[in-house]
Design a protein around this ligand. Structure first.
Ligand SMILES: [Zn+2]
Length: 401
């Protein structure tokens, strides 16, 4: 469904180019937009006037000019456009209503107790219904819905090719939601969406070569190369979770052995921790969690690490070592300038990242490390839902649609 049907003014390329430029670089003067985009100043003046008339752009104070008249700066009107973004994960659906600057206005989290296709579809609709109700209460209209979900997603056609946790194969997600709500819908893999969200609004803003890694119950990554998402020939690029990091390691759900996911996912870390406790190697950790090795879970493994327990911290650091190994290999191939780590693992990211950096500094090629930084995602726990929001917003901002 055409995203511009409710915003006919943005059908033309130049207004989108200018909108995107103001969104990305604003507050910015008309002269600077002309210099950066190569558009004629009179074209900028005319289009900006129309964008202001449409309520999408506003004058926002004065810039700096030592010689002459101070230029008037332009910024977007944040609440002129609203979008819904959904993160459909294996254990929950998270939905946000956000504005043009990806600020969250309303957020709804719904746990998934039943992962069958129809139960997940029902939960998705419940979350959308509640966000649409909220937008009505606020008197704002929704321009589109972005959906970020796990698995292999044909983003061009909005089809979920395969989502193992829900058992979805070839589900036309975009058409399904679009028909129900009569709104444009875009669908993307969750790690890819996270990468896009970070590139437009987060810690990777404007970083042309960026890798965003999502670590949770599974591990995936989104790759931005030359400012564009790199989906691969079959929408499966970035499957870092299935890089082999332990020869003859544990069996992975993909059928291979020793994949990153089998040793560094949250489930793998908990499994290793329980085994350690059963062997009697857990020090004071066993006592801290109530003397039941099987009682070790994500919540108490985060808590005990934060409290300073050595075993708990070591378990996360070990995950960091494996992640560092996979990242060193990936960095050698892609040469990104920033690697961002996000996902459910965020509460313990401070225990993981030092180890990741240490391993990468030893294993990645020297020349690739000069400009490289490894940091947590900037959009935090909402990085995937805001990535879904970005799927819609970037179309409004990008000339080449
Ligand atoms: Zn695997």
């Amino acid at each position: 469904m055409d995203i511009f049907s409710s915003l006919p003014f943005l059908k033309e390329i130049s207004p989108r180019l200018i909108m995107g430029h103001i969104g990305f670089h604003g507050p910015i003067s008309r002269a600077d937009i002309a210099r950066d985009t190569g558009l004629h100043p009179s074209t900028i003046t005319r289009i900006v006037a129309s964008l202001m008339e449409e309520g999408l752009v506003q004058e926002d104070g004065e810039g700096h000019n030592e010689l002459g008249r101070k230029p008037i700066l332009l910024s977007l009107v944040p609440d002129s456009i609203h979008v819904i973004g959904l993160a459909v994960e294996s254990t929950f659906v998270s939905g946000v209503l956000a504005n043009l600057e990806a600020n969250i206005i309303e957020k709804i989290d719904a746990p998934l107790h039943d992962t069958s296709r129809w139960a997940v579809q029902k939960e998705i609709e419940l979350v959308i219904n509640r966000l649409l109700e909220r937008s009505k209460e606020l008197g704002v209209s929704v321009t589109g819905i972005g959906v970020a979900m796990h698995g292999i997603i044909n983003s061009a056609d909005g089809i979920c090719v395969f989502a193992p946790a829900n058992g979805w194969t070839n589900v036309p997600v975009a058409a399904m939601i679009s028909e129900r709500y009569q709104l444009p819908v875009r669908v993307e893999n969750n790690a890819n969406a996270m990468a896009l969200g970070e590139y437009w609004f987060g810690n990777g803003k404007g970083v042309e070569n960026l890798l965003a890694v999502k670590v949770g119950r599974s591990i995936g990554s989104g790759i931005i190369l030359g400012g564009q998402l790199f989906p691969g020939a079959d929408y499966t690029a970035g499957e870092i979770g299935h890089l082999t990091v332990v020869l003859d390691g544990p069996l992975c759900k993909c059928g291979n052995y020793g994949c990153l996911e089998t040793v560094a996912s949250i489930g793998a870390v908990i499994k290793r921790g329980r085994l350690m406790l059963k062997r009697g190697d857990g020090g004071s950790l066993l006592e801290l969690i109530g003397n039941n090795p099987d009682g070790l879970d994500f919540a108490n493994l985060c808590e005990t690490a934060r409290l300073g327990d050595g075993t708990a911290r070591r378990l996360w650091e070990e995950a960091g070592s494996y992640l560092g190994l996979a990242l060193a290999n990936t960095i050698n191939i892609l040469n990104p300038t920033k690697v961002l780590v996000g996902g459910d693992v965020l509460p313990v990211v401070d225990f993981i990242l030092p180890k990741v950096r240490e391993i990468v500094s030893v294993r990645a090629l020297e020349t690739l490390k000069t400009n490289l930084t490894i940091e947590p995602v900037g959009l935090g726990a909402d990085a995937v839902a805001l990535g879904a929001v970005t799927l819609i917003l970037k179309e409004l901002f990008t000339p080449e649609n």
